[in-house]
Design a protein around this ligand. Structure first.
Ligand SMILES: Nc1ncnc2c1ncn2[C@@H]1O[C@H](COP(=O)(O)OP(=O)(O)OP(=O)(O)O)[C@@H](O)[C@H]1O
Length: 319
C-alpha cells in the first residue's frame, strides 16, 4: 500500500500512508485512538474506497477485485455482523460451507474455547465470546491474508494467550497477518514488523527490536503504592524526566545520565520522603517506551497511553 489518503468531510484522517505486509509475516499497526488505523485497515479490506494512493492485496485491488479476493482474505472486524439469533455453531458451519478449503468448525470452536456457548444465541454471548466467534469466522476459510482489528480486546488473559499461539501457528504455516492493537505486549509477542501511526501519518515501521533500539529512551521503571511528587523527584535527579503512566507506575528517562547514580538517587528520595518502592528496574519498557516516545514527538506534548496499556491515564511530564 502506498500513498494512502482518506478523508471524511474534508478532514484527512489517513494522509500519505505506506504500509507493507510481507508474505508469512505478522505486522502490528499501533497508534492512539483516532490515529486512522481502522480506516487504513478498511481500505485494505475493500470496505472503503481510498481518495488517493494504491492498495494491493495479493496483487489485487480490494475494491475492483473484491470477488476474487474475498475467499483469500480473512477479516475480523471490531464489531461483527452476526445474526443475533444464530448460534456460534450455526454461523461457523454456514460460513465454512462458503469456502472450498476450510477449517473444521468444531475444531475451531474447541481451539477458541467456544464449546460451552456453541449452542447459545449470539446476542447472549459475552463480549469476549463474541470476539472469539468473530475471530473464528475470519479463520474458517483458511485465508492467505488475515486482517484482525483489535483481535484480543475483551478476551481474558488465558484466551488471549491461546489466540496468540493460534496466530503464531498460522503465521508459521505461511499466512500473512495485519493486526491493529492497543496492547504493546501483543505487538511485541506476535509482530515481525510494527507500524506506528498518529494523526493519520505513519511515524515509524520496523521490527519491535529495531523500534526499541532506535526510539525507547533508556530509563528506570519504578512502581509504588504511594502518591509521589514528580517535580520533587525530578529535582533530586538533576532534572531527569519523570513520567507517570498509571497511578502506581513511573518511568524515569535516564537520557545521558548514569543509570546507577539515578538508581541511588531514586531510592534515597523514596527513603527521605517516607515513600514505598514496590519495584525498581532499569532498561525502560521496551516497545511501550518506544511507542510513547514516538507519539509524544508526533503530538509535541506528553502522549496518552492507549486503552488497555497500563490504564490510559494522561502522562505527567516534567524536566
Ligand atoms: N465514517 C466516518 N465518518 C467521519 N469520521 C470518521 C468516520 N470513521 C472514522 N472517523 C474519524 O476518523 C478518525 C480516524 O478513525 P479510525 O477509526 O480510523 O481511528 P483508529 O486509529 O482506528 O482509532 P481507535 O484506536 O480509536 O479504534 C477519527 O477521528 C474518527 O473520528
Amino acid at each position: 500500500m502506498t500513498g494512502l489518503v482518506k478523508a471524511y468531510d474534508d478532514r484527512r484522517v489517513v494522509d500519505q500512508v505506506d504500509l507493507a505486509v510481507p508474505v508469512g509475516q505478522v505486522v502490528a499497526l499501533l497508534g492512539p485512538n483516532g490515529a486512522g488505523k481502522t480506516t487504513t485497515v478498511e481500505c485494505i479490506e475493500g470496505f472503503r474506497r481510498p481518495d488517493a494512493g494504491t492498495v494491493r492485496v495479493l496483487g489485487l485491488d480490494p475494491v475492483r477485485d473484491r470477488n476474487t479476493l474475498t475467499p483469500k482474505l480473512g477479516v475480523m472486524l471490531q464489531e461483527g455482523g452476526v445474526w443475533q439469533a444464530a448460534t456460534p455453531r450455526e454461523v461457523l458451519r454456514l460460513f465454512a460451507r462458503l469456502h472450498p478449503d476450510r477449517w473444521n468448525p468444531d475444531d475451531l470452536i474447541e481451539r477458541l474455547a467456544l464449546g460451552t456457548v456453541a449452542g447459545s444465541k449470539y446476542r447472549n454471548l459475552s463480549g469476549g465470546e463474541k470476539q472469539r466467534l468473530n475471530l473464528a469466522l475470519a479463520l474458517v476459510g483458511r485465508p492467505e491474508v488475515l486482517i484482525l482489528d483489535e483481535p484480543t480486546t475483551g478476551m481474558d488473559p488465558e484466551v488471549r494467550q491461546q489466540t496468540w499461539e493460534l496466530i503464531r501457528g498460522l503465521r508459521n504455516e505461511g499466512t500473512s497477518v495485519l493486526l491493529t492493537t492497543h496492547f504493546m505486549q501483543e505487538a511485541e509477542v506476535l509482530a515481525d514488523q510494527v507500524a506506528i501511526m498518529a494523526r493519520g501519518r505513519m511515524l515509524a515501521e520496523d521490527s519491535p527490536a529495531g523500534l526499541i533500539a532506535t526510539h525507547a529512551p533508556p530509563g528506570i521503571v519504578v512502581t509504588t503504592p504511594d502518591r509521589i511528587d514528580a517535580e520533587s523527584l525530578s529535582d533530586r535527579l538533576d532534572g531527569a524526566l519523570v513520567l507517570a503512566d498509571t497511578a502506581d507506575r513511573w518511568l524515569v528517562d535516564a537520557g545521558e545520565r548514569d543509570p546507577q547514580s539515578l538508581l541511588v538517587g531514586i531510592t534515597t528520595w523514596f527513603a527521605d520522603n517516607g515513600r514505598h518502592l514496590t519495584s525498581i528496574a532499569t532498561g525502560g519498557e521496551g516497545l511501550e517506551a518506544a511507542y510513547l516516545e514516538l507519539t509524544r514527538q508526533a503530538f509535541g506534548e506528553p502522549a496518552t497511553l492507549p486503552d488497555g496499556a497500563g490504564g490510559g491515564m494522561p502522562l505527567e511530564a516534567r524536566r
